[in-house]
Design a binder for this molecule. Structure first.
Ligand SMILES: [Zn+2]
Ligand SMILES: [Zn+2]
Length: 430
């Protein structure tokens, strides 16, 4: 078996790996990069109006023969680990003859992103897989393992063929709401792994002040219990683990959780995958309608959902009158701005920032200060800390570990055994 990391051997983002048995070629993930070659942030505007040929020539798209639209396909299938842009963002360029395997949860989240955000994946040949159920692609057998990550329904993969076995970690962690999955991986790891492609996002990084998702929930409970005015929580509506933490903290503190239409729609769609996610019709949940979200639902012929969620609808005036009992999820600045204009007296309100705080601008902090809103950062990473990665590597005990999804591949040498450093595009025979 041959492995080629087309992109991701020395960076976080833009992951793309090829496995080639000689008979079968499979691509794992085809992500959008987070950084350019010079380490500056990658701007998706660089893609606008460019042909696949041009994007390959300028090294924005990895040079993978037979993968893209407009040429004869020689790739048997692509498999996607999870619905984060740095793993699926370039699938839009894939030849539609190539089936793309992914979990049902990933499929739903990508479909929703396609409705609500301008950069579309536009997937035309999706085949959903079930976790723990092996499937064949040519002479390769793929087994998806459900993993704990900030993306919902995320997978790691065992891929077997020609007597060799590869474990691709995807993105994972051992401190989220599905920690039990990580523990299970440690206690019953896949055996006889020849090569472990191991993510290392947390190398060279701090985890932040909260060690796990439980601690995030506890901190929020304390904050919400003591609040005298509304609490705004800024988090990604696609980070389902975090939504559950916010919901639980709101409920435990006797507050109502106000979500927006977009979030209500995500949770509703995902109810086909999990029955345990908070929903619009749960007692402690209300839905605030915003025009921009309503328009998307109407334009995608789902107007009936506006009636469906109606029973939970809350008006801004009702939020205003009941501020001290409300935790309100915030999605982006335009919506936040609209709320700031309509809500009276926000002195003593709080903004709980529940994402990586590298996104926080001075402008945002100034707006909060102007309104007398305090700022709290409550977050934990979507990625495993180094000690958990070491436990995982020890449990799997592979013949080789190859770094991926990390800015510090060299550091693997001192942290793990049997490390093999590779370059993007290098052909690795195992
Ligand atoms: Zn990632
Ligand atoms: Zn991810």
């Amino acid at each position: 078996m041959k492995i080629i990391i087309h992109r991701g051997s020395k960076e976080i983002g833009g992951s793309c790996v090829e496995l080639n048995s000689g008979e079968t070629r499979v691509i794992i993930d085809l992500g959008m990069p987070l950084v350019k070659a010079n380490k500056e942030p990658f701007d998706s505007k660089a893609l606008e109006g460019e042909s696949v040929k041009e994007l390959v020539r300028t090294h924005i798209l990895p040079a993978v023969s037979g993968l893209y639209e407009g040429e004869k396909s020689t790739i048997n299938a692509a498999i996607l680990s999870h619905a984060h842009q740095d793993h699926y963002g370039f699938l839009r360029y894939i030849n539609p003859d190539i089936p793309v395997y992914m979990s049902s949860g990933a499929k739903i989240l990508i479909e929703i992103s396609d409705l609500f955000i301008p950069t579309k994946a536009n997937l035309r040949n999706v085949v959903p897989f079930e976790m723990w159920h092996s499937f064949k692609i040519g002479d390769l057998a793929v087994t998806p393992y459900l993993v704990d990550h900030s993306a919902f329904d995320a997978a790691a993969f065992v891929i077997e063929g020609g007597g060799k076995k590869v474990f691709y970690s995807g993105d994972l962690r051992g401190h989220g709401r599905k920690k039990v999955l990580f523990d299970k991986l440690l206690s019953a790891p896949p055996g006889n792994i020849d090569c472990l492609l191991l993510e290392g996002s947390m190398l060279g990084r701090e985890n932040g002040q909260y060690p796990d998702e439980k601690a995030v929930e506890e901190r929020m409970v304390n904050l919400f219990r003591g609040k005298k005015n509304i609490a705004f929580v800024f988090c990604s509506s696609q980070n389902i683990d975090r939504l559950v933490s916010v919901y639980r903290a709101a409920k435990r503190s006797g507050s109502l959780l106000v979500i927006d239409l977009y979030t209500a729609y995500i949770l509703d769609r995902l109810s086909t995958v999990s029955k345990h996610l908070p929903q619009f019709d749960w007692d402690e949940v209300r839905v605030k309608y915003f025009q921009s979200h309503a328009r998307v639902l109407v334009e995608s012929n789902q107007k009936e959902l506006l009636y469906k969620y109606q029973e939970a609808k809350i008006k801004i005036e009702d939020i205003d009158q009941n501020k001290e009992n409300i935790v309100m999820l915030m999605r982006d600045n335009s919506i936040f701005k609209a709320c700031l204009q309509k809500l009276t007296n926000l002195e003593g309100a709080m903004a709980v920032y529940s994402m990586w705080d590298g996104y926080v601008t001075d402008k945002f902090r100034n707006v909060l200060a102007e309104h007398g809103i305090s700022y709290e950062h409550v977050h934990t990473s979507g990625h495993a800390v180094v000690s958990d990665l070491q436990r995982l590597a020890n449990a799997i005990n592979p013949s080789h570990i190859i770094p991926i999804h990390t800015f510090y591949p060299q550091d693997y040498l001192s942290l793990f055994g049997n490390v093999r450093l590779v370059d993007d595009g290098e052909v690795i025979s195992i």
